[in-house]
Design a protein around this ligand. Structure first.
Ligand SMILES: [Zn+2]
Ligand SMILES: [Zn+2]
Length: 383
């Protein structure tokens, strides 16, 4: 097999990896670059957009830097991704009222998919996107293993994943997002939950959580922290729709202590499908933990006129780099002006050095090809 990294090798995001034999050509991920400016034009890859030059495209997970170009690929190229992952992205697109994607087939843990003379086996892994997969490609007596994005600090036991993985591969295409952060050790999602419980118990005013609505594991963490600190968990319609699409075990307004709300009257129809819903007046009389986005600033201000924000907190649960953007700076300083204490509680969706090392030792590759990293030179492990 031949590996061609079209994009994503010395940068974070925009992954496009081609695996080919004499007869078959497939792509693993077709991502957008994180820099919007670079995405104004489709990349020059023959047979991807205007004709059927590939036998299949496999998407490891729904983050835009892996999935983004899937909206534009030629309609005759079969697209594969996780089923729940597809449901989540379809719910997100429906809320945004934009066209969505319809996969040809779904990835399931250890269920082989045969495309020409390449056999692809997905392995369910943990990442800040729900229903993410690593992908093993086999042909010509050769094994190439692609990690997608993954971590060892999530709720799924990492030892379980490692025990499931192949024990010997020829080539490992491995993500290294955190390698540029020297000495970085990722705390676990459970540890994060404990910190949030403590914070919500110590500060008895309203609780706000600024987090990604697409980060399902974080929704679970914050819901559990809300429950343990005896708060009602409030999801704005966008998150409620996504959490519902992710499956009945994910906290959503069908839970007895989760309620949906809206910040704009134009969304009233969408809200009506949830019997657990609350308006601002009722929310103001409730002890809650509310998930918010930066676009909800006016709503939060309006709420502050209906209730006391004394002893209130806002949990910042994103990568710290976003704090430098103008939008975020403005949001956080306005929240502070309303009397909210800002506390950062976050952990990475990407593996730290030790977790990567464990994976490398497990799959025992002859060659490592770093991807999704600004520090490929640091992907060196003594095995
Ligand atoms: Zn990524
Ligand atoms: Zn990702």
């Amino acid at each position: 097999m031949t590996v061609t990294i079209h994009r994503g090798q010395n940068q974070i995001g925009g992954n496009i990896i081609e695996i080919s034999t004499a007869k078959t050509k497939i792509l693993l991920d077709v991502g957008l670059e994180l820099d919007d400016e670079k995405n104004k034009k489709l990349p020059d890859i023959k047979g991807l957009f205007d004709s059927k030059g590939f036998d299949a495209v496999f998407i490891s997970h729904y983050h835009g830097d892996h999935l983004g170009l899937a909206y534009h690929i030629h309609k005759d190229i079969p697209l594969y991704m996780g089923e729940k992952s597809a449901k989540v992205i379809q719910a997100s697109d429906a809320y945004k009222r934009v066209p969505t994607i319809e996969p040809y087939g779904f990835l399931k843990h250890k269920e082989k998919i045969v495309v020409g003379d390449i056999i692809v086996t997905p392995y369910l892994c943990d990442h800040s996107a729900f229903d993410s997969y690593m992908l093993l490609c086999e042909a010509d007596d050769e094994k190439i293993f692609y990690t997608g994005d993954f971590r060892g600090n999530g709720r799924k036991p990492y030892d379980w994943l490692l025990s499931e993985l192949p024990k010997k591969v020829d080539k490992l295409i491995c993500e290294g997002t955190t390698l540029s952060r020297d000495g970085y050790v990722a705390i676990s999602e459970q540890e994060l939950e404990s910190q949030a419980v403590e914070l919500f118990r110590e500060n008895n005013g309203p609780g706000f959580i600024l987090q990604s609505s697409m980060n399902i594991d974080r929704i679970v963490t914050m819901y559990r922290a809300a429950k343990r600190s005896e708060r009602i968990f409030l999801q704005e319609l966008y998150m409620a729709d996504i959490a519902t699409a992710a499956g009945s075990s994910i906290p959503n307004p069908a839970f007895n202590d989760v309620y949906a709300f809206i910040t704009s009257g134009t969304r009233h129809e969408g809200l009506k499908k949830y019997s657990h819903r609350m308006g601002k007046d009722r929310i103001a009389k409730t002890h809650f933990a509310m998930c918010v986005r930066t676009s909800m600033l006016q709503y939060i201000k309006d709420l502050s006129k209906k209730m006391s924000f004394e002893d209130g907190v806002l949990v910042y649960s994103f990568w710290s780099g976003y704090k430098e953007t103008e939008d975020m700076k403005h949001f956080l300083s306005e929240c502070e002006n309303l009397g909210l204490k800002i506390v950062t509680l976050h952990t990475s969706g990407h593996a730290d050095y030790e977790s990567i090392k464990k994976l490398v030792n497990t799959v025992n590759p002859d060659e490592i090809i770093p991807i999704h990293t600004e520090a490929p030179e640091k992907m060196i492990f003594s095995t």
